[in-house]
Design a protein around this ligand. Structure first.
Ligand code: GLA
Length: 395
């Protein structure tokens, strides 16, 4: 929904005038490359996109917190001084987690009416959840700043979002999605060093090189994600514990390919060895992809995307039939120079690098082929690369 309409919906729900309703938004993300290595101390290469979560907010002086959404009937009504015990909500867990953690950290979180609206598809691997967390966090932090002068530290807000997901939702995610939503920069992707929590921006200028990024949604809900994701993390931790007996490292991604070859024998279980191999090689691919993009070597960039998918399929085993089918269908088109799954996997979205001007034919051909193979009708998005979480003024 348009942001001006969201303000009107807000007053229909909560009463009053639109004048004192404020708007905040936080973007979803794509990840160019660097998958399943944010929690292994690796480099990832995400970008914030124009699909977003928005939040209309009005401060309340009575300490009541009301949460609502434009897309479902669920509501949360709470006392701002009692945010604990809301861990098992059908809806609202991300917001309650963020607000509760912020309160524990000393932010002056006050009563609020909040109405959320998303343009990012849920369960699509574009991290709708991080967008909701960061929209909540930026809204509450801005209001707190005005009340108590607390600073707004965007990396801290990203960490709060991650904690909310880990502690309230049980998804043991890394920092990539929340960081990208907090730190996005229009027209740029960020090479994020997940061990140090620092990043460098790189301009994404594909159009002058005759290329476009197309997001392909398998429309396969990835329900398996939480359990299999947490299982992969545990396998990586096991591999790391084995390796630490042989070599002095803090994260799997501290090893390069040569280091991995030298020490892989220390990893006892075969499955864990495969997961670690993916992490080490994916990290190196990400660094190469960053250099390739900066050097304008889009052929190498595309090849690295495809190699990433193959590793996620064969070594990390998180793709599944639908993501494999859509990536295969994309790569079968001569206008596609690279494709890979994004996010946690087992469904959700993939990314394709497509020759400019041929997107329409590409979507049609991929759509037909994918539907014939899987029975699902896919969706496609082409979206710009946006700034990070922020207040929207003048609407
Ligand atoms: C999900 C998680 C991220 C990251 C990706 C895989 O999106 O939220 O932290 O681990 O999966 O790269």
């Amino acid at each position: 929904m348009e942001l001006s309409e969201l303000k009107v919906k807000f007053t229909e729900l909560y009463g009053g005038e639109t004048g004192d309703v404020r708007l905040f938004l936080a973007p979803a993300r794509i990840n160019l490359i660097g998958e399943h290595i944010d929690y292994n101390g690796g480099f990832v290469f995400p970008a914030a996109i124009e699909l977003r979560s928005a939040c209309a907010v009005r401060v309340r002086e009575d300490g009541v917190l009301n949460l609502a959404s434009t897309s479902c009937e669920h509501r949360v009504h709470a006392d701002i001084s009692e945010l604990k015990g809301y861990g098992k909500l059908k809806w609202g867990g991300y917001q309650m987690g963020v607000l509760s953690i912020m309160k524990d950290m000393g932010y002056a979180v006050c009563g609020m009416d909040m109405l959320f609206d998303e343009t990012v598809p849920h369960g699509g691997g574009l991290s709708a959840s991080a967008a909701i967390e960061l929209a909540t966090a930026i809204a509450a932090a801005t209001v707190s700043k005005e009340r108590a002068g607390t600073k707004i530290d965007r990396v801290e807000l990203a960490l709060i979002g991650q904690r909310a997901e880990n502690e309230y939702v049980g998804m043991n995610c890394g920092i990539m999605d929340q960081y990208a939503s907090a730190m996005g920069k229009r027209g740029h992707a960020m090479l994020l060093d997940c061990a140090k929590l620092t990043s460098r921006y790189a301009r994404v200028e594909l159009e002058p090189q005759g290329l476009a990024l197309v997001i392909m949604n398998t429309n396969k809900p990835h329900s398996l994600i939480t359990s299999a994701y947490n299982e992969r993390r545990a396998e990586c931790e096991e591999a790391l514990a084995d390796l630490k007996k042989a070599v002095d490292i803090s994260h799997l991604c501290d090893l390069d390919e040569a280091g991995f070859k030298a020490h892989k024998g220390a990893i006892r279980r075969g499955a864990c060895r495969k997961r670690a191999e993916h992490a080490v090689y994916e990290n190196q691919r990400t660094l190469r992809a960053f250099d390739a993009l900066n050097a304008g070597d889009t052929a190498l960039f595309g090849a690295l995307l495809t190699a990433s998918h193959e590793s996620l399929r064969d070594l990390y085993e998180v793709t599944g039939a639908e993501l494999d089918a859509i990536v295969d269908a994309a790569l079968a088109q001569s206008c596609c120079t690279g494709a890979r799954m994004m996010g946690g996997g087992f469904g959700g979205c993939a990314l394709a690098l497509v020759r400019m001007g041929e997107q329409a034919a590409f979507k049609k051909a991929v759509g037909e082929r994918y539907q014939n193979t899987t029975g699902y009708v896919p969706s496609f998005y082409e979206t710009g690369i946006d700034d990070g979480a922020r207040e929207v003024l003048g609407v």
